[in-house]
Design a protein around this ligand. Structure first.
Ligand SMILES: [Zn+2]
Ligand SMILES: [Zn+2]
Ligand SMILES: [Zn+2]
Length: 369
């Protein structure tokens, strides 16, 4: 019976059971057999619980050096964030042209036909288009696509090293370094940041365009208000000097000129002040958003690293990859179905990973140490 405990790896020797059974001679005589049996049962029960816990935590996955093995979570493949990514697509945005709620996935295609149907200039679609393109919703969707691509690629390399030539790389200086897997320990963080950088440049460019168009529209509105004031004045003057003769015409022109001279300076000042204010305000908004999206990218890079790291030791990596492809191509519900019918993989299923790939990964790991 005691041997059972001795075989349990990674559980600190309790010691006290041996001490108890061996006793110290004097006390030993006073211990009856029943008490010894009870104590032994209690200890074994406790040991079994610990073994169960250890199996769940994955420390028994490999008996050599169990302390150095990362914890294997049989559900580490679950990409919880994706649930929200898919749900977000079903939300609606209000179209400023027809005032209807439009599903996000159809919003961009909706704008131009909507403007045409409602007799509006195509220019009216520009502000809603660039506003939509620079939303956090679009950022999340594009970021998710980048994670999908890089993570599936990386998991495939962990499963079969022959696919490494297809894996994105921004770190290796030579092709041989890359075939050696020199960039594998980086867990694609650098590749993610580089892809994010390109995407965020475009995202911020959309935002800049959106702000610029808003500014132009407001300037146009101010000019229009000035023009309206002029026309109002013109009507009053025309009523005061309604005649068709040259004198009346001279009087009218003199009044118009007077008005223009009077409003020229305040109107110009109003425009200048607006532009100075808008430039300052929009620069502030731009900088704020830039810092915000950069922080999102950095945080996401860490989340991606954590996700990949937690899946590195999965023996059922082929299933994990399948799960991610279903998630990518068929959405959250289909992935959830697959998850329920597939995981957890039974503990006694042999390691399906490719032997060459395991050796290759082992060598990369040793170079790291
Ligand atoms: Zn519309
Ligand atoms: Zn590389
Ligand atoms: Zn730009």
């Amino acid at each position: 019976m005691q041997m059972e405990i001795a075989e349990i790896p990674n559980i600190p020797a309790q010691g006290f059971l041996n001490n108890f059974l061996q006793g110290n001679g004097e006390d030993g005589e006073e211990i009856n057999e029943q008490a010894v049996a009870q104590a032994r049962d209690a200890m074994l029960r406790q040991a079994r619980q610990q073994v169960e816990q250890a199996v769940q935590n994955g420390v028994l996955q490999r008996q050599e050096a169990p302390n150095r093995r990362p914890r294997i979570d049989p559900y580490s493949h679950i990409f919880e964030k994706a649930r929200n990514i898919f749900r977000q697509r079903e939300y609606t945005e209000i179209c400023g042209i027809c005032n209807q709620d439009i599903v996000r996935t159809e919003f961009l295609d909706h704008l131009e036909p909507c403007a045409q149907q409602n007799g509006k200039d195509v220019k009216e679609t520009h502000i809603p288009k660039y506003r939509f393109l620079s939303t956090n919703y679009m950022l999340d969707q594009k970021m998710f696509a980048i994670r999908d691509e890089l993570e599936i690629e990386f998991l495939e390399v962990l499963w079969d090293k022959e696919t490494v030539h297809k894996m994105h790389c921004v770190l290796c200086k030579t092709y041989n370094e890359h075939l050696n897997g020199d960039c594998v320990p980086n867990l694609q963080k650098q590749a993610f940041l580089q892809k994010m950088d390109q995407m965020l440049n475009l995202h911020m460019c959309y935002y800049e365009t959106h702000l610029e168009l808003k500014k132009e529209r407001e300037i146009e509105q101010i000019r229009q208000a000035h023009e309206n004031e002029f026309e109002k004045m013109q009507k009053e003057v025309d009523q005061r000097f309604p005649s068709d003769n040259v004198i009346a015409e001279q009087n009218r022109q003199a009044e118009y000129r007077d008005f223009r001279e009077r409003v020229a300076e305040p109107n110009a000042k109003e425009l200048q002040e607006y532009m100075a204010h808008a430039n300052e305000e929009y620069r502030r908004q731009y900088e704020f958003k830039k810092r915000q999206v950069e922080a999102v990218a950095r945080r996401e890079a860490e989340l991606m690293k954590e996700y990949l790291l937690s899946n590195v030791c999965r023996k059922d990596l082929n299933k994990v990859i399948e799960y991610r492809k279903i998630l990518r191509d068929q959405g959250w519900e289909a992935a959830e179905e697959f998850d329920k019918s597939t995981f957890p993989t039974p503990q006694n299923v042999p390691d399906a990973r490719n032997e060459e790939t395991r050796k290759w990964l082992g060598a990369i790991g040793r170079r790291q140490d």
